[in-house]
Design a protein around this ligand. Sequence first.
Ligand SMILES: NC(=O)c1ccc[n+]([C@@H]2O[C@H](COP(=O)([O-])OP(=O)(O)OC[C@H]3O[C@@H](n4cnc5c(N)ncnc54)[C@H](OP(=O)(O)O)[C@@H]3O)[C@@H](O)[C@H]2O)c1
Length: 240
Amino acid sequence: MSPVPAPGPAARPFVTVSYAQTLDGRLATASGSSRWISGPESLRFAHELRASHDAIMVGVGTVCRDDPRLTVRLVPGRDPLRVVVDSTLRTPPAAAVLADGAAAGTVLAATERAPAERCAAMRALGATVLALPAGADGRVDLGALLAALRGRGVGSVMAEGGAGLITALLRARLVDRLAVCVAPKLLGAGIEAVGDLGIGDLARALALRDLTVTPHGVDLVIDGRVVYPDRAEAGEADGW
Ligand SMILES: NC(=O)c1ccc[n+]([C@@H]2O[C@H](COP(=O)([O-])OP(=O)(O)OC[C@H]3O[C@@H](n4cnc5c(N)ncnc54)[C@H](OP(=O)(O)O)[C@@H]3O)[C@@H](O)[C@H]2O)c1
């Protein structure tokens, strides 16, 4: 499938979720270590995907654990806007997404629970802070975040994790495309890539269509459009 459909008059950006998992569905070890589950060829694919999206999104858990730069380095291309979903602004000021001038290309998506002084400190570093509505769990309302990004001209978002963000996006049916790198490794106990989606019946499983399965070194990348069975039954059109 083409990397990203042309932006249309949608209320939110096109959303791709992409991550690397082990054969037994783990995103990281039980202690949170995930570098590197995938091999160099898959990492290159991940950077190509970054370069083909307007924004790249992670949860604050990933920023605190991995301190990613969220830039395009392994292929030519521009850096997408960085978006950190961070209800209370606990992103460390020294994090790579803020340090050394990176803050100017970073959006912190927060809620009213974020302390005002923290907000001011992040803005002083050059970051954009969005004060967004909270969902029932007190965390950032992801639909509202995507609408706000769309309002800022963002046509496509690549969400890279971690588990909390991936699960919340899928549960909210906000994912259009899934590109999962499966590495031939087993971890046993560890952090599962996707948590509870409230699916008790196999017929309600989310499915992938227009699938490609591509070897990248020893890894396989499974890439397709996400189909939500209940949405299809209700005759709802795809978001895109
Ligand atoms: N293998 C891979 O490809 C890959 C990729 C990325 C990360 N990882 C691994 O994933 C692990 C981190 O995963 P994680 O689940 O702890 O963290 P995460 O998904 O990166 O971040 C979750 C945090 O985001 C914030 N958040 C705000 N609004 C949210 C919402 N609506 N839904 C969900 N989260 C929201 C919450 O913190 P607040 O309540 O404070 O806002 C939440 O605790 C690390 O071990 C990392 O190495 C692996």
